[in-house]
Structures are given as structure tokens and as C-alpha cells.
Ligand binder design. Structure first.
Ligand code: V47
Length: 452
């Protein structure tokens, strides 16, 4: 149907913006968008045009399907050395409501996860100054042991980059001069214990002004990126987030996205992807001091998405000796700032339109990220469902307990059923596919499951 055929009143007609034509041409060819293109996407009144472009990319990458998983979040402690202004979660030792789980209660959580058929435990906590380093690998081993006793496995996606740096410090392995080596030691020990991947939290907005005003004391973008880079080098996949809609500006968000896609260019080149020589590269924004490689996009027609199998193959040389393992960023998770209970409670937080626009823009700018997740806890399930038509292909999982943010005074018990997730996806017009943490299809018979 053309706009002329619509019988809606004039004020409802979509506002076509000729500035989107050039962007559309790039998107159709799968070419990298510039920061200025990103600003046009933020400023254009043609919202439907933006959603349609994001949907085009999303459908090219994941035709007809959207993902969910059966998982359980575990926040092992809310005691934190930091006091980030946007955070409602942290407590100081002795504060009312401060908690730290012991191994017994961690084992009990793992048992419940196994009994509910979960495939993943997502584990994060505060920067706990009073726990010893040994607590962390022990926590992982405990969960793996309990899963084994239940005849199943749980993928452990745990610890944001800032926690990894904290662990390196308490393990007395952190030397700023050679921080990558310290991070490598910690991640290797955690991987040995059973760590499966890193979640995307703690990235906030990669900008020093925002950092200094809202989360001074936390690691900056360079350290966050180093942790993820080293994880990738060790063959661990990771996720990424952007926490927007507080004191940040739209251009700062776009720079954050640009820094992430440069880091992903490096991860993908290690997996054997070649540069798109003609693709756009923002000058002067190389993510790290690593060699500056060209843009690698996954959104061209016919591009192949990275898989764990590809990463395993990259880790094996043709002669059977070991090569360089290849982890990569799996998904970007735009996190709208939830003001409730934080020191920035006086701010309004982003609107629904800003949230869906930002998610669509993340899909368009992050042309080398396989997935875009609309985390239903922070977006609400209704908005996450809507976002499936504007760039998202994943709405996360059953979650059960979530203590980091509580929209509108929700309790920590924030759970949806599998039927809720499946219905939300089907109503949005997609086949609901259960995935594991690494985005492999899961075949399920009640509580027991296997990879398809
Ligand atoms: O690290 C904290 C952010 C993150 C607020 O990797 C806030 O699959 C909004 O990273 N408003 C935790 N955001 C959540 C997270 C996550 C969630 C789901 C899946 C995955 C994944 C990762 O939330 C924190 C911080 O960056 N955050 N406070 C707030 N008031």
C-alpha cells in the first residue's frame, strides 16, 4: 500500500525524509554508516523509515526467527566499593539490604536453575571488597558440579569487565603497566574453572565526560575494551551494552557504537573475515592500539555470521597444532537508563520512542554484530516485543530474579514464563527459537535439553 492509499488523517502520515535515501542505499548494499548518518537517523522525523531500515538488516541476518533463552540471573553480592550515580543496586557493608551469597546458597540457586531446565546462569555482582579471589572460581566450580549432579550443564556467563579488573586486583595480579597480562591470567583461571562467556554490562557510555560525571572510579573504556579483547583472544565470546538516556548525548552514543564495531572488526579478522575495502571507516577511532584494520561488515547480502564452530576451527591450525582462538561480540544490548532509586532519580529517563529509535540505530550502526538484544526487564516485555520489528532479534530469557534495576518499583522477582516469551515473539510475526548462550538452537523435552 502506498501512502496515497492510506485513509489516515494527515498528521498521521509518515514524514518521508529525503536524507534517508542515501542511507537506505548504503544499508541495501550492506555498507558501513558514518557517525553523521547516525545523527540523521537520530534526528529524522521519519521514524518508520528508521525502523524499516533496521528491520531490513535484521531480516537479512535472521530471516523469520527471534530468539529467547531459559536462564537464571544470580547477583552474588550487592556490596560494592563504587557508588555510580545511575546505580540503584549497590549497598555498603552493614547497610540495610546488603547481601553476599555463600557457596551453599549459590549451590541452591544452581539446583533451582537445573530443575527449571535453564541452559544459562548470568552472574554479576558489585565490586565486593571483602571476598577473597578464591570465592569466584569456587562459585563457578560449585555451579558446574551441581549441574553435573543433575545430569545437565549450565553455561556460565559471568562478570562484567569492571569485575574482572577488580578480581585481578584482589588476586594481586593487577599491574597497570601490563594490565592485559593480568586480565589474561584471571580470565584463564576462570575459564579453567568453567566460565563460558562474559556478559556485556559495565560499558555505560564510552566517554570521559560521562564517565567522570556519573561513574568516576569505574574503569574507563580502554580497560573495558582490553578485558573483552583478551577474552576474545582466549576464545571466550562476550556481549556489549550501552547505558544511555541520562546525561549522555546522542553523538556520544554513536561514538560508543563506533568504538565497539572497531573492536569487533579486530575479533572478526582473527576469525578469518576479510576487510570490506570499500566500506566506510571512521578516521581516528581505532578501538585499541592494535593494528588498524579495515571495516568488516556482516550485513551485506549473503554474509555469513560467526559461529562457535568457526571460532573452534580458527583455534586449530590445518596441521592439528593450536592456532589463535577466536571469540567475538555476539550481541549489543541497549540499556535505557532506569532512574528509579538511583542518585539520578530526578532525570526522566529516555522515552519509549527514544528507546526504540536507539535500538534501531544500534542495529544499523553495529553492522558487524550478529545480534541485537531487547532486554525485556529494562525495556518491558511489551516494548521488547515491539522492538522485534525495529532491529531486535532476541528478547533474553526467563531471568527469574533481577536486582540491578526495577522498573516502576518492581521487586527482585522479575520472571516471565517460556510461554510468555514465545507468545511475545509469535505475535510479532516470528518463529520463537530457543537458543543457548552462544546462539545455538536448543531442542527441548520438558526440562531436558540438547543442542539441535
Ligand atoms: O552493568 C546499572 C547497567 C548493567 C542501571 O550480556 C543500568 O546478555 C539502566 O549488562 N538503568 C547490567 N541500566 C545489565 C547487563 C545485561 C543485562 C542483560 C543481558 C546481558 C548480557 C547484560 O546494567 C550494568 C550497568 O551497565 N545499569 N544501573 C540503570 N539504573
Amino acid at each position: 500500500m502506498t501512502t496515497a492509499e492510506l485513509t489516515l488523517p494527515n498528521h498521521s502520515l509518515p514524514t518521508a525524509d529525503p536524507r534517508l535515501d542515501a542511507i537506505r542505499a548504503k544499508v541495501e548494499r550492506g555498507e558501513r554508516l558514518s557517525l553523521d548518518d547516525g545523527m540523521v537517523l537520530y534526528e529524522t522525523p521519519d521514524l518508520w523509515g528508521v525502523f524499516e531500515l533496521a528491520d531490513l538488516v535484521r531480516d537479512r541476518l535472521h530471516p523469520g526467527v527471534a530468539y529467547y533463552n531459559i536462564n537464571r540471573h544470580l547477583n552474588y553480592s550487592n556490596v560494592c566499593a563504587l557508588s555510580c550515580k545511575f546505580c540503584e543496586f549497590y549497598r555498603k557493608k552493614g547497610d540495610e539490604g546488603a547481601y553476599t551469597h555463600d557457596m551453599e546458597s549459590i549451590a541452591a540457586e544452581a539446583k533451582k536453575a537445573c530443575e527449571s531446565g535453564a541452559t544459562e546462569m548470568h552472574i554479576v555482582g558489585g565490586l565486593q571488597p571483602y571476598l577473597p579471589w578464591d570465592y569466584y572460581p569456587e562459585m563457578i566450580r560449585t555451579i558446574k558440579r551441581v549441574a553435573g549432579e543433575h545430569g545437565t550443564d549450565l553455561h556460565i556467563k559471568a562478570f562484567t569487565a569492571v569485575e574482572i579488573v577488580h578480581l585481578a586486583k584482589i588476586a594481586k595480579k593487577y599491574k597497570r603497566a601490563n594490565r592485559k597480562e593480568s586480565i589474561r591470567l584471571i580470565l584463564s583461571e576462570l575459564k579453567e574453572a568453567g566460565l563460558g562467556s562474559l556478559p556485556g554490562g559495565g560499558a555505560e557510555v564510552f566517554d570521559d565526560r560521562v564517565h567522570d560525571e556519573t561513574h568516576k572510579g569505574k574503569i574507563r573504556s580502554d580497560e573495558w575494551l582490553d578485558v573483552h579483547l583478551v577474552a576474545h583472544e582466549l576464545g571466550l565470546n562476550t556481549n556489549a551494552t550501552i547505558l544511555y538516556g541520562h546525561i549522555d548525548q546522542r553523538r556520544e552514543r554513536l561514538v560508543h557504537m563506533e568504538i565497539l564495531r572497531r573492536a569487533q572488526d579486530q575479533a572478526l579478522s582473527r576469525l578469518g573475515y576479510a576487510d570490506d575495502k570499500d566500506a566506510f571507516t571512521e578516521p581516528g577511532l581505532a578501538a585499541t592500539e592494535e593494528i588498524d584494520i579495515g571495516a568488516i561488515t556482516l550485513t551485506r547480502p549473503g554474509s555469513k555470521l560467526p559461529t562457535p564452530e568457526m571460532a573452534e576451527a580458527a583455534a586449530r591450525n590445518a596441521d592439528g597444532s593450536s592456532g589463535s582462538p577466536g571469540g567475538y561480540f555476539q550481541t549489543i544490548i541497549p540499556l535505557p537508563f532506569i532512574p528509579d532509586g538511583s542518585e539520578l532519580e530526578h532525570l526522566p529517563g529516555p522515552s519509549g520512542i527514544e528507546n526504540i529509535r536507539t535500538l534501531a540505530i544500534a542495529r544499523l550502526m553495529l553492522d558487524n554484530f550478529p545480534h541485537v538484544k531487547a532486554f525485556w526487564i529494562m525495556q518491558t516485555l511489551a516494548m521488547a516485543q515491539t522492538m522485534l520489528q525495529a532491529g531486535a532479534d532476541d528478547i533474553d530469557g526467563t531471568v527469574v530474579w533481577y536486582d540491578i534495576t526495577k522498573v516502576g518499583g518492581a521487586s527482585t522477582h522479575q520472571e516471565v514464563t517460556v510461554a510468555d516469551l514465545q507468545r511475545a515473539i509469535r505475535e510479532a510475526g516470528y518463529e520463537a527459537v530457543e537458543r543457548d548462550t552462544l546462539y545455538r538452537r536448543v531442542e527441548r523435552d520438558g526440562r531436558s535439553w540438547k543442542l539441535a
